[in-house]
Design a protein. Structure first.
Length: 224
């Protein structure tokens, strides 16, 4: 701290001591969601005072965030505890988003308690690809073997392939319906069109049914 004594400017060290008393606590203070479907989380508000606040309303910053007071009770020490149920709905958009939960009360000092939310929504996978990548190996002078890839819908609906795109002319693909509701993709690589001793590329599979979707299957070839 600086102060002036006559015409002289001086400095003095100032120390403050305080005891921080927590009156109201929100747990967790911030939430990070990593989701691919509807999910929920509980938030609690604990009031340690003899005259506790009353939670009057709870709201999410998005229409795809549902919040409600699920319960009012007490902890083991008799403190008032509100349990708030927060839900990220199925229709929440893909990507990373910064949101918040607002908790309103009748206490002027704690009229609006805000909980920051980070939501990372991954696109839900409807199809299972087996294997999810193609690896081919061969000795010098030998042809590369073909690989079968099966595409299955997670709800066992019929899978139909519309078209297949390749990133490298060395790769060719054929496909067919079956077995059962699955689709079968056969991946071949022409050794003569590989420049060098390896190839790294991708196959783009355009799905028509059960819903339009594009799948990317990595293809890696190595020649010993």
């Amino acid at each position: 701290m600086s102060y002036q004594c006559g015409n002289e400017l001086r400095e003095a060290e100032l120390q403050l001591r305080a005891r921080v008393v927590t009156e109201v606590m929100v747990q967790p203070a911030a939430i990070v969601f990593h989701v691919d479907k509807a999910t929920g989380r509980d938030v609690t508000v604990t009031d340690f005072r003899k005259k506790p606040l009353t939670v009057t309303d709870v709201r999410g910053s998005s229409s795809s965030l549902k919040a409600q007071v699920a319960e009012r009770g007490h902890d083991r020490k008799g403190n008032t505890v509100y349990r708030i149920k927060l839900e990220v709905t199925e229709d929440y958009p893909d990507g990373r988003h910064e949101e918040y939960l607002d908790i309103y009360s009748d206490d002027p000092a704690y009229g609006n308690l805000r909980v920051p939310l980070t939501i990372v929504k991954r696109a839900q996978q409807h199809l299972t690809v087996t294997p999810d990548h193609v690896t081919l190996e061969a000795h010098e002078g030998q042809p590369l073997p073909a690989r079968i890839v099966l595409l299955r819908d997670n709800s066992d609906q019929k899978v139909l392939i519309e078209h297949v795109l390749v990133d490298d002319p060395a790769i060719t693909c054929t496909w067919a319906q079956g077995p059962n509701n699955m689709a079968t993709l056969k991946v071949r690589v022409d050794r003569a069109q590989i420049h060098g001793d390896s190839l790294r590329s991708n196959v783009q599979v355009l799905i028509r049914k059960p819903a339009p979707e594009t799948l990317t299957i990595p293809v890696v070839c190595t020649i010993d």
